[in-house]
Design a protein around this ligand. Structure first.
Ligand code: ADP
Length: 386
């Protein structure tokens, strides 16, 4: 691929929708991108000016792919660390860095790192045998949450169990990718919050407003930016928390923190993600600079863009695959019904429950925005027809 200008080339490992939205941001900034994907029909491959099909677990594929990129970044966090170490040794810039990536590939490592920093997290324990769940249950009450330490996403690998019998059933599932079982207290949260930071190698950081996110069956359903009713004091505390973690873990790029807000206003950290996150998709239409643009700026050590809201409130609702294999007709209907909707589709093959797009809408009245965004998402999924 000829590169005759000073505009750098970003290599993105993984061809999902996050890569696709990075490409959309890159093309506006005249930044070059190439994608390593699993198939030519991957969401990002469909719009990439250059992609290679390869295996992200194969060193040769990654070496070949990285040979002419200025910086390597990721659509997901699953490239084995040993491979990343080798690539880094050969001089490839890996962003986010290895320190940051190593603590999000395994939920137990993440919990350990956060615990060492004295940050508030749910009580948890690695489980080798069922008796350890019994002991944990006697110290915390049922229900409990069982998780696999590796390989889970969108609530796959997370189970709420009401009693020992249920727990035994879950532990019968085979574990993959050297994962282990862990158990956690079931947090009776008031709601879930998320916050996003962009941090560049020279340490410039910007933090987005704290948002409220709601999951349905473990999958992000809706996000409200900013989180309604969150006091300025608590929002600032959460932003400071995220900025501090980003600094401690030397994150480069966009970094996301998912939290549980308790009734008393305190928060516990649930998850970290070292990349743009579903809970930040609102920023494409609702912030001066989207999480995707700031991710690119950050990994290239460019000055970061403003994370400020450009509307009073922006709501995002995910579109899941449902009735329509071809969404063009319902898509036209939604456009005609509500011209203020910002519909984003990922070009993915429609499968029931699969994330295939999202809708953003900005305005002032949260209830109204939620109802219009949900209407569009439900119509595109096919669960409503009017
Ligand atoms: P994933 O990595 O698959 O997104 P998470 O650990 O973030 O998995 O869990 C998915 C969802 O499950 C969370 O957003 C939350 O709604 C619920 N959840 C996870 N852990 C707990 C917990 N300890 N207590 C209560 N709910 C939880």
């Amino acid at each position: 691929m000829p590169n005759q200008s000073h505009f750098p080339t970003i290599g993105i490992v993984g061809g999902g929708q996050l890569a696709r939205m990075m490409i959309e941001a890159a093309s506006r900034l005249n930044l070059k991108t190439k994608v390593l994907c699993e198939s030519a029909s991957d969401s990002a491959a469909l719009i990439a000016s250059y992609f290679e099909v390869g295996d992200y677990k194969n060193l040769n594929d990654l070496e070949k792919f990285s040979s002419n990129v200025d910086v390597l970044t990721f659509d997901h966090e699953h490239v084995p660390l040993e491979i990343l170490k080798k690539l880094e040794k050969s001089g490839i810039k890996i962003r986010p860095g290895l320190k940051a990536l190593s603590c999000v590939q395994d939920k137990s490592v993440m919990r350990e790192v956060l615990g060492k920093e004295n940050l508030a997290i749910p009580k948890w324990k690695i489980i080798k045998e069922i008796s350890e769940i019994e002991t944990f249950a006697s110290e915390n009450s049922w229900p409990l949450v069982i998780k696999t330490t590796k390989g889970g996403y969108d609530g796959k690998g997370v189970w709420v169990v009401e009693n020992l019998e249920d727990a035994k059933e879950i532990l019968k599932n085979p574990l993959t990718n050297d994962a282990q079982w862990m158990v956690e207290e079931f947090v009776k949260f008031k709601r879930e919050l998320a916050v996003h930071v962009a941090r560049s190698p020279h340490g410039q950081s910007v933090v987005y407003p704290v948002v409220q996110s709601t999951q349905k069956n473990g999958v992000c359903d809706e996000v409200i930016a900013p989180a309604p009713g969150l006091s300025e004091e608590n929002a600032s505390k959460i932003q400071a928390l995220a900025l501090n973690i980003a600094q401690t873990l030397e994150v480069t790029g966009v970094f996301s923190v998912e939290l549980f807000e308790l009734e008393n206003g305190e928060v516990l950290i649930n998850e970290l993600a070292m990349r743009p996150h579903n809970s930040g998709h609102w920023s494409i239409d609702g912030a001066v600079t989207s999480q995707f643009e700031n991710h690119l700026r950050a990994i290239l050590d460019l000055p970061l863009g403003s994370p400020k809201l450009n509307a009073h409130t922006t709501v995002m609702v995910n579109i899941l695959g449902g009735k329509f294999e071809d969404m063009y007709k319902p898509f036209m209907h939604c456009m005609a019904r509500d011209p203020e909707l910002r519909i984003h589709l990922y070009g993915k093959q429609v499968k029931p429950g699969r994330k295939v797009g999202h809708v953003n809408i900005s305005g002032k009245n949260v209830e109204d925005l939620l109802s219009r965004a949900h209407h569009a998402a439900d119509y595109l999924t096919g669960t409503i027809t009017e």
